[in-house]
Design a protein around this ligand. Structure first.
Ligand code: DHB
Ligand code: FE
Length: 283
């Protein structure tokens, strides 16, 4: 299979997203479920499938095609991609019901832990000729009472100007456009990076085949991913988008929220500058 820079390879990013997810299981902890809970949730899921089959008179050939497709998603290592695009936003919505503080949204499949720790004012690791509009993103991390959180971690990761994530695309250097910025004594941070481009779900694998077969588009709006951590506080996993950007209204992963849209100001030197603050509730 050939991989061009314009077209992310599902074979690359799918399989490495699966490996990365498996490696993260210990960090995420396990879900101890009673048999009652398993039966209730699985019955609900199966009922959804049964209802769709009845409502649409699904045929035997369609049933067999579905089984073949499910096998190919597994073989291509694309379950993390598929689940994070089509399912995670509802899990996040349920989790967020009783949460206070800044809005979160889906994590997606491309988080990597243990990235370089950087001081409160820092430039993300990037290539010398990294493409894209320079972006200065500054803000403050506070608790929900409004008190600054010194030493909080702003863990940021995002795609490059062509839509690739380091660690999931062989041609992007390790750690590119990833870092953990530690806030200063007044909870402040200032991160220099480049503005990411819209992201296209890899379309040469089974998830892409489904998107094409359904006549959908494979795009997510340009976004920064963030995890904000401070001792004694609930970690926020979120994304920030860009006002006026493409696909804000039609994100394939349905993960945008009005509170998560940045509107950077262009400066004379071509840099875009924006401020966004985070508020964390007690853990
Ligand atoms: C996927 C990629 C993302 O960058 C993201 O934020 C969510 C989902 C995906 O390919 O599944
Ligand atoms: Fe993403």
């Amino acid at each position: 299979m050939t991989t061009t820079h314009e077209s992310p390879s599902a074979a690359d990013s799918g399989a490495s997203a699966s490996e990365s997810f498996k490696a993260s299981l210990e960090r995420r902890g396990s879900a101890a479920s009673s048999s009652e809970r398993v039966a209730t949730v699985v019955t609900g899921i199966l009922k959804g499938i049964h209802d769709a089959i009845r409502a649409n008179d699904v045929t035997y050939p369609e049933f067999q095609a579905a089984k073949a497709w499910l096998i190919s998603v597994g073989e291509g290592g694309e379950w993390p991609l598929f689940m994070d695009v089509f399912v995670e936003h509802v899990v996040e919505e349920v989790a967020a019901q009783n949460q206070k503080g800044s809005k979160g949204t889906i994590e997606g499949p491309y988080y990597l832990p243990d990235q370089i720790r950087l001081p409160s004012t820092a430039t993300l690791t990037m290539r010398e000729d990294e493409a894209g509009t320079p972006l200065v993103f500054q803000g403050q991390v506070r608790d929900i009472a409004g008190d600054p959180l010194a030493g909080a971690e702003v863990d940021i990761w995002h795609a490059d100007n062509a839509g690739y994530y380091s660690g999931f695309a062989a041609h992007v250097p390790t750690g590119n456009l990833r870092g953990v910025i530690v806030t200063d004594d007044r909870g402040r941070f200032e991160i220099t990076t480049v503005q990411p481009a819209p992201y296209q779900i890899p379309h040469d694998g089974p998830t892409g085949a489904l998107i094409e077969a359904a006549g959908w588009h494979p795009w997510r709006p340009a976004h920064l991913h963030l995890m904000i951590r401070a001792e004694g506080h609930r970690t926020i996993t979120t994304q920030l988008y860009f006002a006026g950007g493409e696909y804000l209204e039609s994100d394939i992963a349905d993960a945008t929220k009005p509170e998560l849209i940045l509107d950077p100001t262009p400066e004379d030197d071509g840099t875009a500058r924006v401020r966004y603050d985070f508020e964390l509730e007690p853990a």
